[in-house]
Design a protein around this ligand. Structure first.
Ligand SMILES: Nc1ncnc2c1ncn2[C@@H]1O[C@H](COP(=O)(O)OP(=O)(O)O)[C@@H](O)[C@H]1O
Ligand SMILES: [Mg+2]
Length: 214
């Protein structure tokens, strides 16, 4: 039997300003950090290659509870990791071998229409389970080596609030990426700049910056 709580207690996370990424300050050597978000850090566990442990900073335990409840409401579906265990401050999930859409853009791995359709299908499934897909952005979608997409991070799926991130991404996909006007490989600093523009301009974010004429 694994004592996950015991391990979680040995991890120190630091949260900076609101919206900053979490920093892992210290962790036991059998936990290998694999990613951070704005609320949690995710680790692989030595000896358990199929599992990922998502540990929330104490300020975000509420998000952890909401995410656990979203996973339970969702049930099992191929486009989402399975939830194995959840408790105050952590979720034990399937480890997903894959790269985020964000990494795909940086490394020039093509994102196909078929993959976009898979995301749509996964989100519709969540809706049929009474959830509200939300916060679907480039770092919350993973592409596996066998070309399947997996959605991670359901923290906001229980909140009945409209979120336009995915439909905005699809507009950008149709308008720039699919037409070839957008380079298939994008330097990370350019992506960060685009995302900052998006964050500050929200729904008004639009074309001029990327138009080939300007
Ligand atoms: N189940 C998983 N398998 C593999 N990597 C994961 C998994 N869950 C999260 N990650 C990695 O950790 C990062 C942060 O996880 P995420 O759930 O998005 O945290 P947050 O809720 O703080 O945004 C992700 O962008 C991804 O790179
Ligand atoms: Mg995230």
């Amino acid at each position: 039997m694994m004592d996950v709580r015991e391990w979680v207690n040995q991890v120190q996370l630091h949260a900076g300003k609101q919206g900053d990424y979490i920093r892992v300050q210290s962790h036991p050597s059998f936990l290998q950090p694999i990613g951070v978000g704005r609320s949690a850090a995710v680790f692989r566990l030595e000896g358990h290659p199929r599992l990922a442990l998502k540990i929330f900073h104490p300020l975000f335990w509420k998000d952890g509870r909401e995410e656990a409840s979203a996973y339970r409401q969702l049930g099992s579906h191929l486009a989402y990791p399975r939830l194995h265990e959840a408790n105050d401050g952590y979720l034990l999930l399937d480890y997903i071998d894959g790269m985020t859409f964000y990494q795909c853009l940086i490394e020039g791995v093509p994102i196909t229409e078929e993959m976009v359709a898979q995301v749509d299908e996964a989100l519709s499934h969540a809706e049929t389970k009474g959830l509200f897909p939300s916060d679907i952005h480039l770092k919350n979608i993973l592409l596996t080596p066998d070309q399947n997409i997996i959605i991670i991070d359901l923290a906001r799926f229980s909140t009945p609030k409209a979120c336009s991130k995915w439909s905005d991404l699809k507009k950008a996909y149709d308008r720039y990426y699919a037409t070839g006007r957008f380079p298939k490989r994008v330097p990370e600093r350019v992506l960060i700049w685009i995302m900052n523009q998006y964050r500050h301009q929200g729904a008004h974010f639009s074309a001029p910056y990327f138009s080939s004429k300007s």
